[in-house]
Design a protein around this ligand. Structure first.
Ligand SMILES: *[C@@H]1O[C@H](CO)[C@@H](O)[C@H](O)[C@H]1NC(C)=O
Ligand SMILES: *[C@@H]1O[C@H](CO)[C@@H](O)[C@H](O)[C@H]1NC(C)=O
Length: 340
């Protein structure tokens, strides 16, 4: 008995050490004074931790969250001594709300250097007022829309960066079989499927955007933070019964024993938002502070283009709001200025 206990403790220590050693850390000490960052979902979890970390480097922070973040902001200002922290309430399950927020944002702030598309839900099995599946809309479509609406500002403020929080789940998607399930609730046998698909779609968005934004001074990258125990975990894996339960409980156990804490969980995100090393890198999928394999559908250019076009339709972009429209209008303005 004693031997078994000792071996188990030994095994735990060795695994813990190995996992700890593979957790990469952001090595940048760049100061962010004069920079502005917008973090969606910045009122909790890794979004909040990133907000604090950027705030103490002197960055102006705007938290966009579905919950009122004003008490968080007060606490952060006290903690970091950075007075330039603000918050806005946005419902990411509503395009109307996202559009209203983007307008307000452009009215209040004249710069945007870092856009962190991070807000997400694990499972929201409703059809939204826009006729789309809830999880996909919050995690993906709303960020697709928001990024477009803020694109001109990002380009004008350049160099600037767009970062999307993906997930390990993006590797276990069925997006290839069902190109962009946007307006149908999937059978909830696999509750994580809409989540996984939204996180893959985010990676696709980033990849295509990186091509469209070449030479504009805006980079766009995706990352997965690794396994961290946050609320989202329970939302996705809240299954009543079935085989998945064993798998899920094993995953939970693993997460409890070896998962990252929040501070470890934001390192790749911090690297992407701050480090000079990645200033020219775009269209990559990061983990542990370095580019890794893209989820499979991202390699399929035809599927990616299809998903992009469908997304433009679903979020109802006007021609002027599409990337091509934004770039065209900017070059027109530029030549007008040159002329003057
Ligand atoms: C990024 O590109 C600029 C301009 O080409 C160059 O000066 C800079 O050294 C590059 N940075 C890195 C980290 O490669
Ligand atoms: C995707 O393409 C890249 C480069 O073209 C390749 O290195 C990678 O192995 C491919 N990934 C998959 C899953 O096919």
């Amino acid at each position: 008995m004693l031997y078994i206990i000792i071996s188990l403790i030994g095994l735990y220590c060795v695994t813990k050490y190995v996992v700890y050693k593979t957790n990469a850390r952001c090595k940048s000490y760049v100061c962010l004074m004069g920079k502005t960052a917008l973090i969606t979902g910045g009122n909790s979890g890794i979004g909040l931790e990133l907000a604090k970390s950027l705030a103490c480097r002197g960055c102006t922070i705007i938290i966009a969250d579905k919950n009122d973040a004003s008490s968080t902001v007060k606490r952060m200002i006290k903690e970091t001594h950075n007075p330039n922290i603000f918050c806005e309430t946005v419902d990411f399950a509503s395009f109307k709300s996202v559009r209203k927020f983007a307008e307000e944002f452009k009215r209040k702030y004249d710069k945007l250097h870092i856009l962190v598309n991070n807000a997400g839900v694990g499972y929201l099995p409703t059809i939204t007022e826009d006729g789309l599946e809830g999880t996909m809309q919050v995690n993906y479509f709303s960020h697709f829309l928001l990024t477009h609406l803020l694109l001109e500002l990002l380009i004008k403020s350049g160099p600037s960066r767009i970062i999307y929080t993906s997930s390990l789940a993006a590797y276990k998607t069925n997006l290839l079989k069902k190109p962009l399930v946007g307006n149908e609730i999937q059978p909830d046998v696999q509750q994580y499927m809409p989540y996984a698909n939204s996180k893959t779609a985010g990676a696709i968005m980033s990849k295509i955007l990186s091509k469209k934004l070449r030479n504009t001074g805006v980079t766009t990258n995706v990352y997965h933070p690794g396994i961290i125990y946050t609320n989202i975990f329970n939302e996705i894996y809240n299954l009543p019964f079935g085989l998945d339960l064993i798998y899920v409980n094993l995953l939970k156990l693993w997460t409890l024993l070896f998962g990252k804490n929040i501070e470890e969980g934001i390192q790749t995100m911090l690297h992407l938002t701050t480090s000079d090393e990645v200033e020219n890198i775009s269209g990559e999928y990061f983990a542990e502070c370095r580019p890794v394999w893209q989820p499979k559908p991202v390699n399929n250019t035809i599927i990616c283009e299809d998903i992009w076009t469908l997304s433009e339709e679903y979020v109802k972009l006007t021609p002027d709001e599409k990337v091509e429209g934004v770039l065209k209008n900017l070059s027109v303005k530029k030549t007008e200025n040159d002329y003057l």
